[in-house]
Design a protein around this ligand. Structure first.
Ligand code: COA
Ligand code: AMP
Length: 630
């Protein structure tokens, strides 16, 4: 089959297409209907089915006689350990953990927060929740306690499962003290916490609230898989939105199973017994979909890598893992490759590790720049496939479907829309524009199975954020164009989201933090181009009149405040004090113009600017930071 035939098949009969894909899933009660439009423009898929995710990711493989196959390979250069967990062991570990959670009252529909680094126990915790029909919400370790507290209050978990610590190359991340601080801050209190003690830092447990991972599972009865309805939320994953409050993206169970399983063959060309590696983190959507769920649902072996692209110990780390574990499809963010390329520009370390099994490299999370793609093509000698997706969709909107037909790669484009996604580029009035014309990228409703049906406890916000601007469409928040061959080009965000090292961050949320500093009267945060991380946040601070504070001190305090409030992941290291911010006559801060000046891009004086002279001051401030050097 060709890509065009496959896309055409979906176009002609979307429901038939997804019902056929549903045939690869083990149902308790198979769906009789694919799409449920009864609340359009809110859609659901496979509402009348019942199913269990953990069964499909674990038990069915054991049942089929593949219990001895590796399910998870943990490779942890930061602790100097490696170990393999087979499907049979995984079933045993997950059903016991689920049994222990059940014995403490966790049941279908209860929320459980998971706050863990890249250890197999993080996947086991996710799968144990899925086994019970409990809804997990994994929080990334690079967030500060207050961000964790916001998530605790939003999803009100019955339990929190955390590790005692995480390990970054330059420090131990104190998960447990962060967790304690977050619970103190939050209004909602979990019934109990389960702490996975790591030998690198054993945490103090709070009697009556904290239980140790091993002790809590001692002697419990294992739990069977609880069937849930097709539309039951599998998990909530918080992501940055246009305001400080993160959005709780809901992932529906049945669509998630069907779509992820479909992508493993069609896009990544992997199946039973193949080794798949996504070098991301379980705290992000890539980690949910392609470290945990999709490879396991498809019966692959997944690699859980606790290390970095460089420095653990060197820029050959990725190639070693691919070579040693026979990885077939590898997925990472362009930033990681840029870090490797910086340390090994000639690609000398690549040849140190033969990678005969590697069939392709997949990139996502941020725009893949041509230099990076070409470097990877040259040194890896496999197709380098950029694909575009979002937390909201959970899998690729546009890709090059390697398992169906490898289309010509066009550098700078994540290729073509996948079945399920009718991607349109619209002008401000919501009219499709012609090929080559820049516009807002929107997807015609309904979105396919597995994409977000709503935001957790925030249906109005869901409608307002995604469905209102262009009626009949889902607004992606990305801008770009389509070429004459139907290839998509993703050029920028239309909102205040910036992408730092493949991490999605909201400059609005950062501005809220800066505005909380007692000497800051007004502020703006922009994302400026960064050779390694794609973008890097930069703050502009206007101080209260007569504050008399030393500017360097205020900047230092703001950097520390951001780390305390959002966390190290914000990577907020630079700010500058200015007298005024450039604004339109109606008072809107001209952030876009500031970005262009900082990045040495051509820019035009905005017709609506209140006082053009302010831009000279901004340029000077940027130059003092080594930016705007034209
Ligand atoms: N837990 C706690 N802290 C974390 C963390 C985690 N899981 N991940 C990152 N951090 C911290 C880092 O230690 C760093 O802290 P520091 O300011 O004390 O140095 C900060 O967050 C910023 O981290 P990062 O943006 O990752 O920068 P870095 O300089 O440490 O590393 C790269 C640079 C390129 C090696 C790294 O960004 C990388 O591997 N990027 C790939 C990202 C990725 O895979 N994203 C997945 C999206 S699909
Ligand atoms: P996240 O929800 O964290 O996965 O971030 C999604 C956003 O990252 C998208 O809306 C894009 O802005 C950006 N993004 C992801 N993949 C790509 C890609 N392949 N090319 C360009 N931008 C991308």
């Amino acid at each position: 089959m060709t890509y065009a035939q496959m896309y055409g098949q979906w176009r002609d009969d979307p429901e038939g297409f997804w019902l056929a894909a549903a045939g690869a899933i083990d149902w308790v009660k198979p769906p009789t209907q694919a799409l449920n439009s009864s609340r359009a423009p809110l859609y659901e898929w496979f509402t009348d089915a019942t199913v269990n995710t953990c069964w499909n990711a674990v038990d069915r493989h054991v049942e089929a006689g593949r219990g001895a196959q590796a399910a998870i390979i943990h490779d942890s250069p930061v602790t100097g350990t490696k170990h393999v967990i087979t499907y049979a062991e995984l079933q045993d570990r997950v059903s016991r953990l689920a049994g222990a959670l059940k014995a403490r009252g966790v049941a279908k529909g209860d929320r459980v927060i998971i706050y863990m680094p890249m250890v197999p126990e993080a996947l086991e915790a996710m799968l144990a929740c899925a086994r019970l029909g409990a809804i997990h919400s994994v929080v990334f370790g690079g967030f500060a306690a207050s961000e964790l507290a916001v998530r605790i209050d939003d999803c009100t978990p019955k339990a929190i499962i955390a590790a005692s610590c995480g390990i970054e190359p330059n420090r131990v991340v104190h998960y447990k003290p962060l967790l304690d601080a977050a619970i103190d801050m939050a209004s909602h209190k979990p019934d109990f916490c389960v702490i996975f003690q790591r030998e690198q830092e054993v945490a103090k447990l709070i009697p009556g609230r904290d239980l140790s991972w091993h002790e809590f599972q001692f002697g419990v009865e294992t739990a069977e898989c609880t069937p849930v309805e097709g539309n039951h939320p599998a998990y909530i994953l918080y992501t940055s939105g246009t305001t400080g409050a993160p959005k709780g993206v809901v992932r529906p169970t049945a669509g998630h199973l069907v779509a992820l399983n479909w992508t493993m063959r069609a896009i990544y060309n992997c199946g039973i017994g193949d080794v798949f590696w996504a070098a991301s983190d379980v705290g992000w959507v890539v980690g949910h979909s392609y470290i945990c769920y999709a490879p396991l649902i498809a019966g692959c072996t997944t690699v859980v890598y606790e290390g970095k692209p460089v420095g653990t110990p060197d820029a050959a780390a990725f190639w070693r893992v691919i070579s040693e574990h026979n990885v077939r499809s590898f997925f990472t963010a362009p930033t990681a490759l840029r870090a490797i390329k910086r340390d090994d520009p000639e690609g000398k370390l690549v040849s140190r590790h033969p990678m005969p099994n590697l069939q392709a490299l997949f990139l996502a999370g941020e725009r893949a720049d041509p230099d990076t793609i070409e470097w990877a093509q040259r040194h890896l000698n496999v197709p380098v496939i950029d694909h575009w997706w979002q937390t909201e969709t959970g899998y690729a909107i546009a890709a090059n479907p390697l398992g169906i037909e490898q289309l010509p790669v066009k550098i700078g484009s994540p290729s073509v829309p996948m079945p399920g996604f009718d991607v349109q580029v619209l002008d401000e009035g919501g009219h499709p524009v012609s090929p080559g014309t820049l516009g807002a990228i929107a997807i015609k409703l309904p979105l396919p199975p597995g994409t977000l049906p709503t935001l957790w406890n925030a249906e109005d916000r869901f409608i307002k954020s995604y469905l209102s601007h262009f009626p009949g469409y889902y607004e992606t928040g990305d801008a770009g164009y389509v070429d004459a061959d139907g290839y998509l080009y993703i050029m920028a965000r239309t909102d205040d989201v910036i992408n730092v090292a493949g991490h999605r961050l909201s400059t609005g949320a950062m501005e809220e933090v800066l505005a909380g500093h007692k000497d800051v009267a007004e502020c703006a945060v922009i994302g400026v181009a960064d050779a390694l991380k794609g973008q890097s946040p930069l703050g502009f601070l206007c101080l209260n009149k007569g504050s008399g504070r030393d500017h360097a001190d205020v900047v230092r305090e703001c950097v520390a405040l951001m780390r305390e409030k959002i966390g190290p992941v914000a990577d907020f290291k630079r700010a500058v004090v200015v007298d005024r911010l450039p604004k339109t006559r109606s008072g809107k801060i001209l952030r876009g113009t500031m970005v262009k000046i900082a990045d040495n891009q051509p820019w035009k004086m905005p017709a609506t600017i209140d006082d053009p002279a302010i831009l000279d001051e901004i340029t000077e401030a940027l130059q003092s930071l080594g930016l705007a050097q034209s």
